[in-house]
Design a binder for this molecule. Structure first.
Ligand code: AMP
Ligand code: FE
Ligand code: FE
Ligand code: ZN
Length: 285
């Protein structure tokens, strides 16, 4: 069994529609794929409708969160959520708030770039998101097409970097509240790429322990942005805290160079995840 539990479609910041994504997953030889767009479940129905026979689709999402402790600035982090009720009122309200936050923040970034003479237009960036969830990859694509940078990677390394003067933060969900919401909706919360230092500051073990106390159920251990020593560290931590371990590609179509199924989840860990989720069924034959 080959299982990839973290992918993005064009409903957020991937480049393939949910239908194309499930076809890509089947063509790559996956048996199970989770659709985990940022802060939305809008792709679930299309993925279900297009699901090829033999492929199981796990409905999921990646929630934009932050960890605040002490006096330092909050650390932004991502929480994967699986098998939750997509109609849970409090959780859907928080997802809507996050999408609105993304919209205003992306507009701030684009208007700041435009004010300095970069040839990007907010209406164009918005159109690129196709009515879905806006993210920096949409701004990055606009910068590439305008010839400002050569690639999405280059845009993220320069103008869109979190230390760029054009960067604007968004107000994300407190991760302990996020975990509680996912659990309340019958879902399985898994901490995404928790030690990926290339994305910015990361939390320490004590924070992950606090997350486990709040109801976290798993750690994404095998991820393209994790080094072998980081994976080993997370595996030991998961064992100590009784958390399940996942492995995933975090596929974004051509917005990133990572292919689908670049990392995968062990069948026993997937079985534990399925057993813990009660808010939505998997889509299967
Ligand atoms: P945002 O969610 O708007 O803060 O933008 C960050 C998102 O862009 C994350 O989900 C990343 O996975 C995604 N992303 C896509 N392409 C890249 C890239 N080349 N470098 C860094 N992040 C990327
Ligand atoms: Fe993304
Ligand atoms: Fe993420
Ligand atoms: Zn992701």
């Amino acid at each position: 069994m080959r299982i990839d539990l973290h992918t993005h479609s064009s409903v957020s910041d991937g480049t393939e529609s949910p239908a194309e994504l499930v076809a890509t997953a089947a063509a790559a030889g996956l048996d199970v794929v989770a659709l985990t767009d940022h802060d939305t479940t809008a792709g679930w129905a299309a993925a279900a409708a297009a699901r090829p026979a033999g492929l199981t689709v796990v409905p999921g999402m990646e929630l934009s969160c932050s960890w605040s402790a002490g006096e330092g600035a909050p650390v932004s982090l991502h929480l994967l959520a699986y098998l939750f009720d997509p109609l849970h009122p409090a959780f859907t309200a928080e997802q809507a708030r996050l999408r609105a936050e993304r919209l205003s923040r992306a507009e701030l970034i684009v208007r700041a770039l435009a004010a300095d003479g970069y040839p990007v237009v907010w209406a164009d960036v918005l159109a690129r998101s196709g009515g879905g969830v806006v993210g920096r990859p949409h701004v990055a694509r606009a910068l590439v097409d305008a010839g400002v940078v050569a690639s999405v990677d280059e845009a993220f390394a320069s103008l869109l970097h979190h230390r760029s003067p054009y960067y604007a933060a968004k107000v994300d969900t407190d991760v302990l509240e996020g975990i509680a919401l996912v659990r309340a909706a019958g879902g399985v919360p898994v901490f995404a790429h928790g030690l990926a230092t290339s994305r910015g500051r990361v939390v320490d073990d004590a924070a992950i322990e606090a997350m486990a106390d709040a109801g976290l159920l798993g750690l994404e251990v095998d991820h393209p942005d994790h080094r072998p020593d980081q994976r080993a560290h997370l595996r030991v931590l998961a064992d100590r805290l009784g958390l399940l371990c996942t492995g995933s590609s975090d596929y974004h179509g051509t917005n990133k160079r990572t292919p689908i199924a670049a990392c995968t989840t062990e069948p026993d860990q997937y079985a534990a995840l399925l057993a813990a989720g009660t808010g939505s069924p998997v889509l299967t034959d």
